[in-house]
Design a protein around this ligand. Structure first.
Ligand code: ME8
Ligand code: MG
Length: 512
């Protein structure tokens, strides 16, 4: 894949949801962050102009209630937990370009500006609201969003009956434009788009834009007794961040709209695929290109992860035992991205052993050792094996197409087919046999050169998934240029150096 120069780079903006600071970071938060990071790193390798945003959602009832329960002020709890989410990013090797907190004064001012415009454009009115409310979702639930006895389907807690005078957002007037929007590729994958279509088909009702009962939020400029309902404040983070993320520079024009992809979990589909585009239309702002909705990670028993069921996979424990790259790889590989899937420590261990240590780790160490043993570390500069060349011909295209569609698991499988192909190539060629026969020195040269080029190709492609370990591999191959290049294209590896085992065996007793 030839690389554009920086002048031709396309802006690419990827976001994660901003996470509630009412609790500590967990595997679900890590999952979305890793997937967004894989995409951001991949696009940078293609030479694109990338901005990757994550952060924390600090206002509203979920946080106010949790703070009260812990005998803290909301701000104290937010400060404490925002730090933990901020610290999570380097632990995951996430390469986010900014970390937004919705308590940032710049964010708050911009929220007021945008929502004042929504008001002035005539999309807001005062009315009385009564309904069933989940304080943990910060969401009013319609009849078909409720479990038996007025309970929350997500949090399995009782809903409260709330009545208050609020400012309303005229969501209902966006029925038609939303129906049309949902006929496009705006929501992906298609199964999730159908969920959004079904929701709109029930008929949209106006929604509360403000709350009078709580004070922990962004003040409503035209009615200072109210704060904005947390979801409107939160959704706007994707837009506000661009105005102040870079010191002294407003990058909104560069990244907002067509370059924008929101990555979310399926639990917050309604807000991102219905409320959010309607709000943007009401504020005369461009829409993002797409919302990609991923599935949920479940416990090893296929049930919702919960401490009481004892089926929680702790990301920090995985990192400690297997390394951060193993966590990243496992989550992108074991659960087909977009769908729900069960995860467990046994699953991590099995993928680690069979794929990372055996398939990839062995390929790398064998290849490097053979070049050292038979050619003193110098990679022969000869034409590459034609069969292998054919088997790699479609790789870059297939890989980039999958990535363009945010199919990060499919993209990984496309690479893994070649990892397996290279292992088969070692067996077919049996360089250790060729090395015994002086007359076959040319065949040995070709086999070694082809293996190294194959290893370089997959190594570069896997950097977004395994940034740390592929960094070590490419260092050993003396590859400085880590932009995407097809097999056989451009400068070849000249010398290999020593490489420690990429994925050392984990001693079960020590790990347990
Ligand atoms: O909803 N599997 O924040 P939140 C996969 N603040 N992903 C999961 C998951 C699981 N089991 N559990 C959580 C909020 N996630 C709002 C968002 S955005 C403007 C405001 C991930 O802390 C997934 O991305 O509850 C989900 O959408 C998100 O965490 C919810 O995080
Ligand atoms: Mg949640």
């Amino acid at each position: 894949m030839p690389l554009d120069s920086l002048t031709g780079a396309m802006p690419f903006y990827v976001t994660t949801p901003i996470f509630y600071v009412n609790a500590a970071p967990h595997l679900g938060h890590a999952y979305t962050t890793i997937a967004a990071d894989v995409m951001a790193r991949h696009m940078r390798q293609r030479g694109e102009d990338v901005f990757f945003l994550t952060g924390t959602d600090e206002h509203g009832e979920p946080v106010a209630l949790a703070a009260e329960a812990q005998g803290m002020t909301p701000r104290e709890l937010a400060d404490k937990n925002a730090e933990r989410f901020k610290a999570l990013m380097p632990q995951l090797h996430a390469s986010n370009d900014f970390f937004i907190r919705t308590s940032d004064p710049e964010h708050e001012a911009k929220v007021q500006e945008v929502l004042q415009r929504v008001h002035d454009n005539g999309h807001v009115y005062k009315g009385l609201y009564e309904g069933w409310y989940c304080p943990r979702c910060a969401d009013f639930k319609s009849e078909n969003e409720q479990g038996p006895g007025h309970t929350c389907l997500i949090h399995e807690i009782e809903l409260t009956r709330e009545q208050e005078e609020n400012w309303f957002f005229r969501l209902s007037t966006f029925q038609k434009p939303l129906e049309e929007l949902l006929q496009t590729e705006f929501v992906q994958p298609a199964a999730r788009r159908n969920e959004a279509i079904a929701f709109v088909a029930q008929g949209l009702q106006d929604v509360s834009l403000t709350r009078g009962k709580i004070t922990w939020g962004v003040r409503v400029p035209w009615d200072p007794g109210h704060v904005f309902y947390v979801w409107f404040d939160a959704l706007l983070n994707y837009y506000t961040a661009l105005s102040y993320a870079r010191d002294g520079e407003d990058i909104t024009e560069r990244f907002w709209g067509e370059p924008t992809t929101h990555l979310i979990g399926k639990d917050i589909l309604k807000f991102h695929t219905i409320y959010w585009p309607a709000l943007l239309m009401a504020a005369d702002l461009p829409l993002p290109r797409r919302v990609f909705v991923h599935g949920f990670l479940l416990g090893g028993d296929g049930r919702k992860m919960s401490k009481s069921l004892g089926n929680v996979l702790d990301p920090f424990e995985v990192i400690e035992r297997f390394g951060v790259d193993a966590l990243r790889f496992y989550l992108m590989r074991d659960v087909s991205f977009g769908e729900d899937g069960s995860v467990s420590m046994e699953g991590v261990e099995s993928r680690y052993t069979t794929e990372l240590a055996n398939d990839l780790g062995n390929l790398a160490s064998r290849t490097i050792k053979m070049v050292q043993r038979y050619r003193d570390g110098a990679v022969p500069d000869v034409p590459l094996d034609e069969g292998l060349q054919r088997d790699f011909a479609a790789l870059s295209g297939d890989f980039c197409r999958a990535m363009d569609d945010f199919r990060v698991s499919d993209a990984l499988e496309v690479v893994w087919e070649r990892v397996r192909r290279l292992n088969a190539f070692v067996e077919e060629q049996a360089p250790w046999q060729l090395a015994k026969d002086e007359a076959r020195a040319g065949d040995l040269d070709r086999a070694l050169a082809s293996l190294v080029e194959g290893l370089r190709t997959v190594g570069v492609m896997l950097v977004p998934y395994l940034p740390e370990r592929m960094g070590a591999l490419l260092d050993a191959l003396n590859v400085e240029d880590r932009t995407l290049r097809a097999f056989g294209e451009g400068a070849r590896v000249e010398r290999v150096g020593d490489l420690e085992p990429l994925f050392p065996r984990i001693d079960r007793a020590a790990a347990a």
